[in-house]
Ligand binder design. Structure first.
Ligand code: IDP
Ligand code: MG
Length: 154
């Protein structure tokens, strides 16, 4: 009897191109990295976060010593927030992003290529499907998510 292979989970994750990425004009290169990884964009917009929006988004980090500085940085210029969809999108996005500290990020990852520092590290990506759901809902309504067929780079 043939046993079907486990079906890979189609997930959605929240991605943010942080102010340093837009400031240094590498947004296009970063978006290419997601496309090359097979992560399909299903919602995207540019925002300039308010202090309240940044603090709310990073509420889990409010007790961390870098919280104030992180929120100041995240409101220092525009960002692009997007929803990426694909097989194991949460983990795949984290892999393409690289380690939080660019000094520890693997070759070829977004943070290795473009990040300025552990704080100005070019991208955000949800760290679990549960947080992805909450983070997507923080920025997008269900009706903002676009359904379409996507060939990708096949
Ligand atoms: P992640 O973005 O890789 O998930 P987190 O630990 O969730 O990393 O931290 C959220 C963000 O806070 C990081 O992406 C970075 O911008 C900032 N951050 C994390 N650790 C430090 C630090 O030690 N100093 C300054 N900023 C930090
Ligand atoms: Mg995180």
């Amino acid at each position: 009897m043939l046993i079907a292979p486990p079906t890979m989970a189609i997930e959605r994750t929240l991605s943010i191109l942080k102010p340093d990425a837009l400031q240094s004009a590498v947004a296009g290169k970063i978006l290419s990295k997601f496309e090359e990884a097979g992560l399909k964009p299903v919602a995207m917009k540019m925002l300039h976060l308010t202090q309240q929006e940044a603090e709310g988004f990073y509420a889990v980090h409010r007790e961390r010593p870098f919280f104030k500085s992180l929120c100041a940085y995240m409101t220092s210029g525009p960002v692009i927030v997007q929803v990426l969809e694909g097989e194991n999108a949460v983990a795949k996005n984290r892999e393409v992003m690289g380690a939080t500290n660019p000094a520890n990020a693997a070759e070829g990852t977004i943070r290795k290529l473009f990040a300025k520092s552990i704080e100005a590290n070019s991208v955000h990506g949800s760290d679990s499907t549960e947080n992805a759901r909450m983070e997507i809902a923080y920025f997008f309504a269900q009706t903002d998510l676009v359904r379409y067929e996507w060939t990708g780079r096949k």
